[in-house]
Design a protein around this ligand. Sequence first.
Ligand SMILES: [Zn+2]
Length: 294
Amino acid sequence: MKSVKAIVLLMFFLLVLSSLGTAIVNAADEGQDQGEAFISASTLNVRSGPGTDYSKLGEVHVGESYHIVDEHTDSSKEYSEWVKISLPENFDYSEGWVSADYVNSYAPLQGISIALDPGHGGPWDPGAVGPTGLTEKEVALDVSLRLENLLEDLGAEVYMTRETDIDVPLWSRVNTATWTGADMFISIHANGSYNRGSQGTETYYSNFFGYQDYYLAASLQNSLVNHLGRMDRGVLNGNHLYILNRSTMPSALVELAFMTNYDEEYLLSTDYFRQSAAQGLTEGIVSYVYNYHY
Ligand SMILES: [Zn+2]
């Protein structure tokens, strides 16, 4: 009987030992987790090895984040620090190297709060209406919801003035931004004109916050024009716009494209154009925060 007890005890010890061993192996695996790489360059080359002399595998973009799997330093080279990242499925390779000079270890919009205002809404205020009946209120809301998702992925706190097709008075929209203490206030619109030929992208600012309002608007406009590829109508003074002249933080109002233009109404109806608008606005916001938000 004694030997049976001894065997049971021995098995118990082996069981404890093996589970301890598993725990140690797991801890070692987690030790290889080297965190996230948040891309800070608008376009960054991914290479097959840690140096600019290695072949290019593809590109990653500002605001995107990737898991770091390895790091490499070679102080004899111009770009000495490199990180190896795991790549998404649309790449032919599962891993690649990027220069650490254009990578941050924290989310670029961590600690930043943004009030987003999808223009118009509700049964009485559709905004501009396109030749086939697409409404500005619908486009503004959909782009804003896409933008909200992208901004939250980058660590931002987002406050929406509306999240459904409801009527919200202008003063209430401004109050959302004021009462939440948002760092910036961005109103999303699509343009309208009696002239069907009018087209392109424009952004309004008010100059009550000095250069910050202007730079916010300019960052959004530049990035939108890059992403949407429509005519650049520029950054315009919007001191007459209630949303801008009543806001208590840097604010901008974007007109993505013209609802009333045949080509642009079609573009504004597509998922691709709406997602490009949200991506463009995201990169514009990140660029503004990096360069002008203190
Ligand atoms: Zn509008």
